[in-house]
Design a protein. Sequence first.
Length: 460
Amino acid sequence: MNCSCCGKALKPNSRFCNGCGTPIAVVSAIQSTPVGPSAMPDKKVCVHCGKMLKPNSHFCNGCGTPVAAAPITRPVSAAPRPGAFSATFKREPPVQKRKMNIWALACVAGVVLFFVIGNVVTDPLYLAKTYASAVYKQRYSSIYPLLDVRNEGLTSRDVFEKMLSKSTNNISVGNIVNYEIIESSRPGSSNEQELSKNYTIQYVVQDSGVTRTQRITFVRHKDNILLFFPKWKIAADSFIARNYSIIVPSGAEVMIDNVRLGSKYLSTDKTRAYYDTHVIPDIFIGEYEVQVSLPFAETNKRNIRASNNNSVTIDDFKLRDSSVVELTRKLADNNQKIYSAAMSGMPFQAISSLFLSEASIQQNAEQQYKSFRENINRTGNRVLRTAFLASTESSSRQASIQRGIINVTAALKVDYAKENSNWLNNNVNIVENSTQSTVRVQFVYQNGQWYQTGWSIIRL
């Protein structure tokens, strides 16, 4: 027979199970007690010795234990006798719970470390030390993330690094022996209350021993870094030139260190005729290479130094040989058109498109044309029949640009015929002749076209 509690085989004549201490009588009673409707709920056993109790007994007749102390009808497992072997097992905490505890501690440590490092690296004094260290080690490109500028146009990182490669800029101070940072903000004020902090950096330059001082100001932004830490940037006022202007002839294309100045930089101020003014709101103080290109001239390259509220005018160009030829032909064609219109008695409107559209220029050209038309058709008894402009002589043509205006000089030859009337005998003689003279005309290039700004023609 086996114990119904622990399942261990029972030895013959044993009163208790040697595995769990359950009395043999309890085991026998459990195994022999019917289950279900036929069960006898009034049968009781002693919980101490396991002997069956007689009905209405007050004490166990085997061990004398009071029956009221153990009102058990069908015990599943009886309590062992004193001194009997009882196997107990201590349950260890689960491994998953231990892992959760470790993760919780790691998260707390990570949060604490996050705030400690965040407060350090976003502190303006730490940023000032980072700036001074970059200047000391001449790692100027690492300064750009500290500046309060937009990474676009002429304040982009590429332009900044190119500017630093030039011999003169507003950041490098030479070979430094050591440096010292002095905070000059208001005493007793905290970062949370201040919108700016000032620091003075004193550099000692190698060899000369000269001490150079640089003052930087940190400004606090409205937005924070990672929601919790204040965002401080170096104010760009000491590094940026404001409203720097480049003045060039009308229609010129301007590039600064390969950054093209488009229409957004073009000023509407036209106080200087025949010029375009490009205004740059923000540009790093320093040296730059400027390229100015005109369709009819060679590219002008030069170095400039940008500074606050300053300007530079670039209008010294060398015309291309092909442009000189084109302009002298334009001069000859314009003269031919003026001769043809005057000989036909046409109004000024027929040739007004040859001149710049400015009111003063149009008015002056119209007066000159009317006078020329009257003289060419009625000069005594002579009438001009034809006029032909011969080819220009290449040896005598020249053109130059000055103050945005192209001055063209060419020697022109005019072949013409006149009618000489004799009122005495009513004879008409046709006289053919030619004349040559030097003509000087000023042109302006606008919207891809050449326009005269003055009047000049060969008088016959």
